[in-house]
Design a protein around this ligand. Structure first.
Ligand SMILES: NC(=O)c1ccc[n+]([C@@H]2O[C@H](COP(=O)([O-])OP(=O)(O)OC[C@H]3O[C@@H](n4cnc5c(N)ncnc54)[C@H](O)[C@@H]3O)[C@@H](O)[C@H]2O)c1
Length: 269
């Protein structure tokens, strides 16, 4: 432990169970001396085990649907009250596609489902930041991070409409990052993570084959949820103050690999 986040305060969205990337991030942030509020959608509170995490990390839980401005306003107000001041970091670790859940193909989208998934997975990031911005809730040199996937740049057929949601999410990070940088000296980035066995990850069709493929393609192997948590912490720390408006690949080298020897071997007679 290095006390990398000693004295820092924040909000962590999206810890559902111990596999969640947000769960690992909360555990590691706690170990590094941070204080934070945990939040998730009210329905996820009932299904998940967030209370266990709150006890372990000495943190309070405030339910909020990330698509509701009313919930987000209450979350930000209450968090500043509980933590005793403005925030240094926020993690947006939220994703959900209704089309994926209901088995609708990309070529057969139900557009009500599409709109809902976009609101939850992409627009919610803007809503979170707009709420923080208007309330002037971030300390100078604070850091805001959202999680994304490389399907925003390249096609992965089974990722469905989440690919479009991630492209939109990454664009919001750049656009809001400009204003947050200029006016508040706050940085905004997305981390593009390897496939990871979580509830959201495993919801993607063919996930098992896909994660094995990525493992064989990546020179360093897939990045785990814990690896992602550690990388996220560096972006919350004071060591990365001038990194902003970036989409940062955290994938063991997958995104820059054309083909690996292991994959060639599979096709070589
Ligand atoms: N698992 C992967 O393979 C992978 C790869 C790259 C990026 N990501 C991204 O990482 C992030 C975290 O996902 P995860 O893999 O830890 O899965 P997860 O299922 O553990 O987390 C997703 C979270 O989103 C929350 N959520 C859904 N709707 C919400 C709403 N309306 N308001 C507030 N919260 C809501 C869920 O309750 C859950 O806690 C997501 O953005 C996901 O797209 C995941």
């Amino acid at each position: 432990m290095t006390n990398l986040l000693k004295g820092k305060k924040g909000i962590i969205f999206g810890a559902l169970d111990e596999n969640s990337i947000a769960w690992k991030t909360a555990e590691r942030a706690h170990e590094e001396g941070a204080q934070f509020v945990l939040t998730n959608a009210p329905i996820a509170m009932r299904m998940g085990q967030i209370k266990e995490l709150a006890e372990k990390t000495n943190s309070e839980i405030i339910p909020a649907d990330a698509t509701s401005i009313e919930d987000l306003t209450n979350l930000v107000d209450q968090s500043m009250e509980i933590l005793g001041g403005k925030l240094d970091f926020v993690l947006h670790s939220i994703g959900m596609s209704v089309n994926v859940r209901k088995g609708r193909a990309y070529t057969d989208e139900n557009y009500d489902f599409t709109a809902k998934g976009w609101d939850v997975s992409a627009l919610s990031f803007h809503k979170v930041m707009q709420t923080l911005f208007k309330k002037d809730a971030m300390n100078e040199w604070g850091s805001i991070v959202a999680l994304t996937y490389m399907a925003a740049q390249r096609t992965f057929p089974d990722y469905n409409d989440m690919a479009d949601n991630k492209a939109y999410l990454e664009s919001i990070a750049r656009s809001f990052g400009y204003f947050f940088g200029k006016e508040k000296n706050v940085r905004v980035n997305t981390i593009s993570q390897s496939p990871t066995p979580t509830t959201a990850g495993k919801g993607v069709k063919g996930f098992d084959g896909f994660i094995s493929f990525a493992e064989k393609m990546s020179p360093l192997g897939n990045a785990s949820a814990l690896d992602c948590a550690n990388y996220t912490l560096t972006l919350f720390s004071d060591l990365t103050r001038k990194v902003t408006m970036q989409n940062l690949f955290h994938d063991g080298g997958f995104s820059n690999t054309g083909v690996s020897q292991e994959i060639v071997d599979v096709f070589q007679e």
